[in-house]
Design a binder for this molecule. Structure first.
Ligand code: CMC
Length: 445
C-alpha cells in the first residue's frame, strides 16, 4: 500500500481515503468541513486515467462558492443577511437599505444611504424604446417572459456594462438594474391589462412608486395605501436573497462567462419563472383555487401523498429548510395586516386547513416538509389585486438585489472561473457514420 498526501495537509483536519481498486491511500485536506473535489483527481487506477470526480446531480451536497452574503441554517429555520436576522430586517429596515447591505456587507451610513436612494430614484426611467419593445408582446403574454426579455434587452442599451472589471461600470449597472426593474415590471402589468404605462413618480419611496406605476389612473398625485407600501417593503426584504438557490446559481453561472450583468440577471429571472422555484407562489394560489372548499382539503392531501397525478403541496418543502421557513412566519403575520384593510380572504380558511393537516401528517413530518415563503404570499398579492400570473414578478423585483450582490461577489472571487461542470458520459462508444435518410441514399447512388 502506498500513501500520497496533498501539499499543505496537516495531520488533523484531513480525510484519509483508501482506494480499494489499487490499495493506495490518500490524505485530503478538510477546510470548513469540506474537501475540494479537485483533490479527488489524484485518485487514479492508471497514470493516464482522468482521475476521480464527485458526482452530485442537482448540487445536493456540493458548495459551488464561498459567500459572505446570506446564511441559512435549514434545521433551525435561521436566515440572516450579512449576519442580521431576517426578522429584525423585515421589522426595522427599508428594502433599499437591505439592497445596500447585501452588496456592501455593512449597513449604509446616512450619507451613503441618501446617495444610494437618490441614484436609484434618478435612474427609474427607461428608454422609450423599451416601452415599444414591451408593446410588441401579445395581450396574454406571461409577465415573467416579458420581464426577462426586457431585462436582457437592456443590455443592448448599455454596452458599457460589458466592462465588468471596471468598478464604476459595475456600480452604474447595478443602480440601473435596481432602478429600472420595478418600472419594467409595472409596464408589463399595464400592458397585459391594456392600460397606459405610468411613468415613475420620483417623490415616492421605492415600494410606493412601484404601486403608483401599477395602480395610478387619472389622479394627479397617487397616494399609495400605507399598509400596502409596508407589505410590499417587507415582502421585498424577505425575497431579497436566499444564498445559492436555482436562479442565483443561474446568475453566477451565466455571469462567470463574463457577460454583462443585464444578461446574467435576465438568466436569473427566467430560472425564477419555474414552478419549483419562484413560480411556486403562482401555483399555490392555483392549487387553493382548485381545492375550492375546505372540505376538499383532506382528499387533496391524500392525493398528494398517494403520488398519483404528480401533485405536490405547492408552497411546502424546501431543499435547505427542514423546519418552518422563517420567512413564511413573517408572511403569515403580514397577511393578517393586509386582510385588516381589505377584508378576510375567502380562501384563507383553505390555506390554514392545508397547513394544519400537513403539519400533523406523518408523510410531511417524516420528510420535514413545512410551509415555505410562497405559501401565504399569494393570498397577500391577491388581496392587493395583483393577478395570479404576476406573483413571480413580485419575487423577481427584490431578488435582483441578491442576484447582483452574488454576481459581484462571484466576479471579485479569485477562485472563481467560468462555471463548467464535468459529466459522466453514458452514450455510445465510437461508431462509423451511415446514411439513414433517403435523400442521402439517392445522392450516393
Ligand atoms: N409536496 C409533497 N411531497 C413533497 C413536496 C411537496 N411540496 N416536496 C417534497 N416532497 C417529497 C418528495 O416527493 C420526496 O418524497 P420521496 O422521498 O418519497 O420521493 C421528498 O419529499 C423529498 O423531495 P425532493 O423533491 O427530493 O426535495 P428537493 O429538495 O429536491 O425539492 C422543492 C425541494 C422545493 C423543489 C420541493 O419541496 C417542492 O417541489 N416543493 C413544492 C414547490 C415549492 O413550493 N417551491 C418553492 C420553494 S421556496 C421558494 C424558492 O426558493 O423558490
Amino acid at each position: 500500500m502506498s500513501t500520497t498526501s496533498t501539499p499543505g495537509a496537516s495531520a488533523t483536519d484531513t480525510l484519509d481515503v483508501r482506494d480499494n481498486r489499487t490499495g493506495k491511500s490518500y490524505t485530503i485536506p478538510i477546510t470548513d468541513d469540506t474537501i475540494r473535489a479537485a483533490d479527488l483527481k489524484q485518485i487514479k487506477v492508471n497514470a493516464d486515467d482522468f482521475g476521480m470526480m464527485a458526482y452530485d446531480p442537482a448540487f445536493m451536497n456540493t458548495a459551488s462558492c464561498r459567500s459572505a452574503i446570506t446564511y441559512i441554517d435549514g434545521d433551525k429555520g435561521i436566515l440572516r443577511y450579512r449576519g442580521y436576522p431576517i426578522e429584525q430586517l423585515a421589522e426595522q429596515a427599508s428594502f433599499l437599505e437591505v439592497a445596500w447591505l447585501l452588496r456592501h456587507g455593512e449597513l449604509p451610513t446616512q450619507p451613503e444611504y441618501d446617495k444610494w436612494v437618490h441614484n436609484i430614484t434618478f435612474h427609474t426611467y427607461v428608454h422609450e424604446n423599451i416601452k415599444r419593445f414591451l408593446e410588441g408582446f401579445r395581450y396574454d403574454a406571461h409577465p415573467m417572459s416579458m420581464l426577462g426579455s426586457a431585462v436582457a434587452a437592456l443590455s443592448s442599451f448599455y454596452p458599457e456594462a460589458r466592462q465588468i472589471h471596471d468598478p464604476e461600470q459595475r456600480d452604474i449597472a447595478i443602480v440601473r438594474l435596481l432602478a429600472k426593474v420595478p418600472t419594467i415590471a409595472a409596464f408589463c402589468y399595464r400592458h397585459v391589462k391594456g392600460l397606459p404605462f405610468v411613468y415613475p413618480d420620483n417623490d415616492l419611496s421605492y415600494a410606493g412608486n412601484f404601486l403608483s406605476m401599477i395602480a395610478r389612473m387619472s389622479e394627479s398625485k397617487y397616494e399609495p395605501n400605507p399598509t400596502f407600501v409596508r407589505a410590499i417593503e417587507v415582502l421585498f426584504i424577505l425575497h431579497a436573497d436566499h444564498e445559492q438557490n436555482c436562479s442565483t446559481n443561474a446568475v453566477r453561472a451565466v455571469g462567470s462567462s463574463q457577460v454583462d450583468p443585464f444578461s446574467a440577471a435576465a438568466a436569473g429571472i427566467m430560472a425564477l419563472f419555474g414552478p419549483l422555484h419562484g413560480g411556486a407562489n403562482e401555483q399555490v394560489l392555483r392549487m387553493i383555487e382548485k381545492i375550492g372548499d375546505v372540505k376538499n382539503v383532506k382528499p387533496f392531501i391524500d392525493e398528494v401523498k398517494s403520488g398519483k397525478g404528480g401533485e405536490r403541496l405547492m408552497g411546502f418543502g424546501h431543499r435547505v429548510y427542514k423546519s418552518y421557513d422563517p420567512r413564511a412566519k413573517i408572511v403569515k403575520k403580514l397577511a393578517y395586516d393586509v386582510f385588516k384593510v381589505v377584508g378576510m380572504d375567502r380562501d384563507l380558511e383553505i390555506a390554514l386547513e392545508l397547513e394544519r393537516i400537513a403539519l400533523e401528517d406523518d408523510y410531511f413530518i417524516g420528510r420535514k416538509l413545512y410551509p415555505n415563503v410562497d405559501f401565504y404570499t399569494g393570498l397577500i398579492y391577491r388581496a392587493m389585486k395583483f393577478p395570479t400570473d404576476y406573483f413571480t414578478v413580485l419575487f423577481a423585483i427584490p431578488r435582483m438585489a441578491g442576484w447582483l450582490a452574488q454576481w459581484e461577489e462571484m466576479l471579485l472571487d479569485k477562485e472563481q472561473k467560468i462555471a463548467r461542470p464535468r459529466q459522466i458520459y453514458t452514450g455510445s462508444d465510437e461508431r462509423p457514420y451511415q446514411h439513414t435518410l433517403d435523400r442521402y441514399k439517392r445522392v450516393s447512388k
